[in-house]
Design a protein around this ligand. Structure first.
Ligand code: ZN
Length: 137
């Protein structure tokens, strides 16, 4: 069995941002040489998410509005009593999830129609890592 590990780096210019990272994951898959297997993608941080959905700008704006309504940045969070200001970002990450696992078939990510891998940043403006781990043969 082959195993491949790569870290991707992101530094957003805004506090929250959604980035389609499918091209970077596909590049990692190519480097791995794996034709049949599984690909795990997760942020190495607890205020960011990796999820799969459509790359459609209206939907991304809908996520932003939904999450701000549910967990406003300016809300009151006990976590912020520690001196941090990112209580909202931790909860937004829980809502949007931690990781994705994608099947690899014939050397390609085996997506459903319109599926794309996104990195969702909820406390950005600093350098953050995303792990790509690929196993198979
Ligand atoms: Zn925090």
């Amino acid at each position: 069995m082959k195993s491949y590990r790569e870290e991707l780096f992101f530094e957003t210019s805004t506090r929250r941002q959604f980035i389609n990272i499918t091209p970077q994951v596909e590049a990692a898959l190519k480097k791995s040489g794996v034709r049949e297997g599984l690909c795990l993608v997760n942020p190495m941080h607890i205020t960011a998410s990796v999820y799969i959905n459509d790359d459609e700008s209206g939907l991304l704006a809908d996520y932003e509005a939904f999450l701000e309504r549910l967990v406003p940045q300016q809300g009151t969070y006990r976590h912020n009593l520690t001196g941090e200001d990112n209580g909202d970002a931790h909860i937004k990450r829980q809502v949007m999830g931690r990781e994705v696992v994608v099947a690899i078939t014939n050397g390609a990510l085996d997506f459903g129609t319109w599926e794309q891998i996104f990195y969702a940043e909820f406390d950005g403006r600093r350098r953050k890592r995303v792990l790509v781990k690929i196993i198979g043969e």
